[in-house]
Design a protein around this ligand. Structure first.
Ligand code: AVI
Length: 326
């Protein structure tokens, strides 16, 4: 981690349209076709994701929020006084408020999100509500090298907050590499508070990603709408369908966009062909076992301190400390 003083309101490390075009095109030329799920989160995609979080079928958000609420005293004690809270993929920062209401004299809050407007709105609201807490937003793809701002007051500990089971959107190898990378940002004793979705019945999982109102379908298809708007692509949204299936062998939800006919799409002067029934994989959402995730993070430099699970055993929240030997 590079730490340099930062005076701007938002440190802007957001990906440029050129990144979007080249990664999008490269994904469609792959066999099988695959698009990175980080591109879901433009302005419309971020709001659709907020709507998903409110859905009856999407148990993840409310279950994680309840776990955080029910255990906030213990979580705050683990974070200790005078910490800097760094949130990855902060969105509306709604779960953060629960923590900020209970943390003892936190030094600063550093929300990091790829969606600039969402980030700014949340940071401004927190600035007002939690003054004199320093709010230091960073607009960035947190998978890329980051500059973290140095707070005015020296923190006793860094705590990385990574809620929502977003770690599940990485495949296992990149997930392990990412957890190792987070450990390199930290000193021994710094913390990682992370939400992880659990393996469960396929019916509950399938419903969560195939909601009756079609919000998840709109979220998935928004990727094509975004490519039309920002890259001048020629996707006909009527000719693609959302599909989400649970792969029990790999313990993951797979989201696809399935071509309804043989067709070709033009993007950045190139023609991309689709067979009828051919699909683009747009997201994996891995589901873990409680013990399995602890071992997984342990191998990446994090020592498990505490795990909280709801009564229905739907979702887990873990607090890890960076191990001394790393
Ligand atoms: C952000 N991420 C953890 C969500 C998930 O459940 O994998 C994204 C999502 N995709 C469809 N619904 C929600």
């Amino acid at each position: 981690m590079i730490t340099e003083p930062c005076s701007e309101m938002v440190l802007d490390l957001a990906p440029t349209p050129a990144n979007f075009q080249s990664e999008f095109l490269a994904g469609l030329k792959r066999h099988p076709k695959t698009l990175p799920c980080k591109f879901f989160y433009d302005e419309r995609g971020s709001s659709l994701f907020d709507d998903i979080c409110e859905l009856e079928e999407y148990y993840l958000t409310r279950t994680e929020t309840k776990i955080l609420r029910d255990n906030v005293e213990e979580i705050s004690a683990l974070c200790g006084s005078d910490c800097v809270l760094i949130e990855l993929g902060s969105g509306r920062s709604s779960k953060t408020r629960l923590l900020l209401d209970h943390l003892e004299t936190p030094v600063a809050y550093v929300p990091i999100d790829i969606s600039r407007r969402h980030l700014l709105r949340a940071a401004e609201a927190l600035n007002g509500d939690y003054f004199p807490l320093q709010v230091l937003p960073i607009c960035a793809d947190y998978n890329q090298p980051l500059k973290l701002p140095i707070p005015a007051r020296i923190p006793k500990r860094k705590v990385i907050f990574y809620p929502g089971s977003t770690i599940g959107n990485f495949e296992p190898q990149p997930a392990a590499a990412f957890l190792r990378r987070l450990a390199t940002w930290c000193q021994p004793g710094d913390g990682l508070l992370i939400g992880v979705d659990l393996q469960k019945s396929r019916d509950i999982l399938r419903a969560a990603y195939n909601d009756a109102r079609g919000v998840t379908a709109a979220f998935n298809l928004n990727l094509l709408l975004r490519a039309n708007g920002e890259l001048g692509a020629s996707f006909n949204l009527e000719q693609f369908r959302h599909r989400a299936i649970y792969d029990e062998v790999n313990g993951r939800i797979e989201m696809h966009l399935v071509s309804q006919c043989r067709q070709r799409v033009v993007l950045a002067g190139e023609e991309i062909h689709f067979e009828k029934g051919e699909f683009v994989t747009t997201e994996y959402s891995y589901k873990y076992r409680e013990e399995g995730f602890r071992a997984f993070a342990g191998a990446a430099g994090w020592q498990a301190q505490r795990t909280w699970i709801d009564e229905g055993r739907l979702f887990s929240v873990h607090y890890f400390s960076k191990v001394l030997s790393q």
